[in-house]
Design a binder for this molecule. Structure first.
Ligand code: NAD
Length: 348
């Protein structure tokens, strides 16, 4: 069972984590927009990342873990992770502790582009298996201790079924017409083959006729995403392919500043923007809060507040396209606070 649609009470407690860099700026925007929506949730503030490490000596403090266990629901800004040394990535720990197996990345093109079909592509990525769960090692040859680099990847039938069922259920619940199952079973006949085989069995057994399932090899998928993205509705794939294709889909639909993501496990649903902490613009007040606001819309949908989610998305679209209020990354002159005010006005 995923925690999909389990929280339907009127005011749901949600753990709110600002994160690092531009995190506090875009979180302020999220709080203001939720105020204008009539406070549909109760925030429970917690810390994570480099700020938490500096303040409390821990990147993922015990109080934060306790809050996540209590609420089972969280929304977070980006956290900065040192490339080498420093603290262990709190995100990796969260993924492990809560078995966040499903990564959902809806990509909708919002900036109106005349003459182009509106893009709306949902990518579902398996988050715990595949090559990224690799045991890596070197094999020595002669004097060279690191002559050969080896990684072993695995996919389990249970893990494949869990992510495919998640994606297929999402397709049915959200009225998606076509799900593209992306694989490389022509080369990785066993590793990728088990994913494709499981998809065929599951579709035939329980989903046939409810949407169309198509199969596509990952390299062909990358080319088609770049050339004819409008042909895609939903994609489901394994860990590494999903990592790459979800960023590609974000790129063709407006860039990382616009893309939200959600991670689902047995006991936690975690919503976040796809982008990082943007240290180059942190503190300047010019960050684009749209990705975090859309993560907020996903959260609202998840807790059964679809009407509020639609209002939020419509207000953002109106601020961008009708009021022409845009932050510098979208070619505009507005700062984060001005853009937020424009969204809030649209909600009154
Ligand atoms: P980044 O996404 O932070 O920045 C890439 C570029 O996009 C920068 O030029 C930045 O200014 C711009 N950008 C990103 N978000 C923006 C926004 N909302 N508005 C306007 N411009 C925006 O990627 P990076 O520089 O590779 O990573 C910086 C840090 O973020 C690293 O420590 C990395 O580990 C971390 N990170 C965290 C997450 C996460 O918490 N989920 C995800 C990715 C990266």
């Amino acid at each position: 069972m995923t925690p999909m649609n389990q929280h339907k009470s009127d005011k749901t407690p949600v753990t709110l984590i600002e994160g690092d860099g531009i995190g506090p700026e875009i979180t302020a925007a999220l709080i203001a927009v939720f105020e204008s929506l009539g406070r549909p949730v109760i925030w429970e503030r917690a810390t994570m990342g480099a700020n938490a490490f500096e303040l409390a000596g821990e990147a993922l403090p015990d109080e934060t873990m306790a809050s996540l266990r209590r609420t089972g629901l969280a929304i977070k800004g980006p956290v900065q992770t040192p490339l080498a040394g420093g603290f262990r990535s709190p995100l990796v720990r969260l993924r492990h502790e809560f078995q966040l197996f499903a990564n959902l990345r809806p990509n909708r093109a919002l900036l109106a582009e005349p003459g182009r079909a509106p893009l709306d592509i949902v990518v579902v990525r398996e988050n715990t298996e595949g090559l990224y769960a690799a045991q890596e090692s070197y094999v020595a040859v002669g004097d060279d201790q690191r002559a050969v680099a080896v990684a072993t990847a695995y996919n389990t039938r249970k893990g494949c079924e869990r992510i495919l069922r998640f994606a297929f259920d999402y397709a049915v619940e959200h009225g998606r017409k076509r799900v593209t199952v992306v694989h490389k079973a022509n080369v990785l006949k066993i590793l990728s083959g088990i994913f494709l085989e499981t998809a065929r069995d599951l579709y035939q057994g329980a989903y046939s006729g409810r949407f169309v399932m198509e199969e596509m090899i990952v390299d062909a998928c990358a080319m088609k995403l770049a050339m004819t993205p409008e042909r895609f509705d939903m994609i489901v794939t394994t860990n590494m392919f999903g990592d790459i294709l979800s960023d590609l889909a974000a790129g063709v639909t407006g860039g990382l500043g616009m893309a939200p993501g959600a991670n689902f496990g047995e006991r936690l649903a975690l919503f976040e923007p796809v982008h990082g902490s943007a240290p180059d613009i942190a503190g300047k007040g010019i960050a684009n809060p749209v990705a975090l606001l859309f993560a907020g819309a996903l959260l609202l949908e998840h807790i059964g507040k679809a009407a509020e989610a639609s209002r939020l998305r419509a207000a953002v679209a109106a601020a961008l396209n009708e009021d022409r209020t845009r932050t510098p990354d979208l070619g505009g002159k507005a700062n984060c606070a001005e853009f937020t005010a424009a969204v809030c006005r649209r909600l009154q």
